[in-house]
Design a binder for this molecule. Structure first.
Ligand SMILES: NC(=O)C1=CN([C@@H]2O[C@H](COP(=O)(O)OP(=O)(O)OC[C@H]3O[C@@H](n4cnc5c(N)ncnc54)[C@H](O)[C@@H]3O)[C@@H](O)[C@H]2O)C=CC1
Ligand SMILES: O=C(O)[C@@H]1CCC=N1
Length: 272
């Protein structure tokens, strides 16, 4: 039995715990640490998983999944460093933080795998990208892949691509939610009741996502099939082009990538 401890049970930590439970893990195979006591109590009540101290997590778990904000990593590493025994695997879900940060602050030889998941994990539809650090073996990577496969799709990428992945699929769900929110507003502008507008757009998003995933067709082909000559869609597309929506998306995702790099660099100066 592999025991997994999630360090920091916020949004993504909870999504992972609930996904692992749905994927067949038992509550006694899972542990978590959480700084906020009310949050701890709430999660134990909801899932029957034990809240533990960092020392207990380091002692009892085989895999320690770090899911605190990148800005909160310092105290987690300080706490873990003197407690970590050989053979424990560290999995980092933190945006921007390189495996080298963990390797320099934790005992020599500690294996680390960097992961960028996303919140559709809560419905078993995560997109997770995984990269091994220098001490992680193919067996470690296979274990992480197996764990994340319970909550969605997994790809392996070189760590040098993780900042781009973070900007694209880590943050990606937020861009879709933002677009859906704006389109619901458009329905309101055109006089539709809010509940009708929501239903129309959410189902259109689900249908479009399924077509992308299931037909194997390129998005351009799918869009062209909707865009009739002298029809309605082309008028909307012209406005999107006029307002630079494509360029805005390129710039937005580039800015997210830059922030991921910056979050990693914020920890570079501290001596190991
Ligand atoms: N929310 C998202 O869509 C995604 C988040 N991530 C990464 O996951 C990490 C967590 O993000 P969220 O879940 O959104 O944040 P969050 O703020 O919801 O969760 C972080 C949790 O860690 C707890 N915490 C902080 N310091 C702690 C400590 N020393 N010991 C125990 N618990 C501690 C906080 O109380 C909080 O509950 C971040 O590093 C983020 O980059 C990665 C992919 C997607
Ligand atoms: O916004 C963030 O920093 C995190 C990382 C990827 C998604 N959410």
């Amino acid at each position: 039995m592999t025991t997994i401890a999630v360090l920091g049970a916020g949004k993504i930590g909870e999504a992972l715990l609930s996904g692992l439970l749905s994927g067949g893990r038992r509550p006694d195979e899972l542990l978590f640490t959480e700084r906020a006591p009310e949050r701890s109590a709430e999660l134990t009540k909801r899932y029957g998983i034990s809240a533990v101290t960092v020392a207990q997590a380091a002692e009892r778990a085989d895999v320690l999944v770090v899911a605190v904000k990148p800005q909160d990593i310092g105290p987690v590493l300080d706490d873990l460093a003197p407690l970590l025994h050989e053979g424990k695997l560290i999995v980092s879900l933190c945006a921007g933080l390189p495996t080298s940060l963990y390797e320099s602050r934790l005992p020599e030889g500690t294996p680390v795998v960097r992961v960028m998941p996303n919140t559709p994990m809560v419905v078993g539809e995560a997109m997770s990208a995984i990269s091994p650090g220098r001490n992680a073996t193919s067996a470690h990577l296979a274990l992480v892949e197996e764990l994340l496969a319970c909550v969605g799709t997994v790809v392996k990428v070189p760590e040098s691509q993780q900042d781009a992945v973070t900007a694209l699929s880590g943050s990606g769900p937020a861009y879709f939610f933002y677009l859906v929110e704006a389109m619901i507003d458009a329905g309101i502008l055109l006089g539709l009741p809010r509940n009708v507008s929501e239903k129309l757009i959410v189902q259109s998003a689900v249908g479009a996502a399924k077509m992308l995933a299931e037909t194997g067709e390129h998005p351009v082909t799918l869009r062209e099939a909707v865009t009739s000559p002298a029809g309605t869609t082309i008028n909307a597309i012209r406005e999107l082009e006029n307002h630079g929506v494509r360029a805005a998306l390129l710039a937005a995702i580039e800015a997210a990538r830059d922030r991921s790099v910056e979050l990693g660099r914020a920890h570079e100066d501290r001596p190991s």
